[in-house]
Design a protein around this ligand. Sequence first.
Ligand code: SF4
Length: 244
Amino acid sequence: MPVATKVWTPAAACTALLARFGPQGWWPVTPARGSAPAYRPGVWDELTEAQRLEVCVGALLTQNTAWTNASRAVSRLVEEGAMRLDRLASMPGPRLERLIRSSGYFRQKALKVKAFASHARGKRGGLRAWLSGPLSELREELLSLHGIGQETADSILLYAGGRAAFVVDAYTLRIGSRLGWYGPGSSYREAQAFLVSKLPSSARLYAECHALFVELAKQHCRKTPSCEGCPLRRGCRHGRGNEG
Ligand code: SF4
């Protein structure tokens, strides 16, 4: 007898993933009396200026490396009292490289962090005011900075600025193509356009969905998928193929 199936919409998929994995609490930031970035499931209170900067710096440091490596570098910067725009901008390059060494590619990343800090420290009203500006112009401005590509720009906008910018990463591309939302060769912008056309425009929703896709990719939807127990298996053509 054929298995009853459904086709997942992005909204239905996010709901099913939330039911399975729970709120993810992205982006991790250092709490007021903490010493390391921590996830905050279900908490949506306003970030402090220091926490916003942590997100921006963390988004640069996690490029091409696991978050655990970037997180150690963020902690070093916080411990050393260096997580301030003026200090990052003026810090000698070799010192910054030492502090962020755990994140890998530390020479290139030090240049990126300094470029970001030098640019952002000139903004009146700090990060909060700057990241509240017109979204498309802000995105272009971020993309013009050294070392900031689309994923990093949208991570900064979404998680530091609280703006409705859906972050598309390799996991999102993989999951969406397996669920038939877009083709396997789709670009960042094509995938993003599809997702925002199907979801209500909400920073909280975008943040939770993106984080849930990452969790799904880690637990099940790997390069070689482990579909047994995947909450999206019914309705996933790729997954059904794995039933053998
Ligand atoms: S069923 Fe398999 S291929 Fe489909 S989303 Fe789940 S893990 Fe990925």
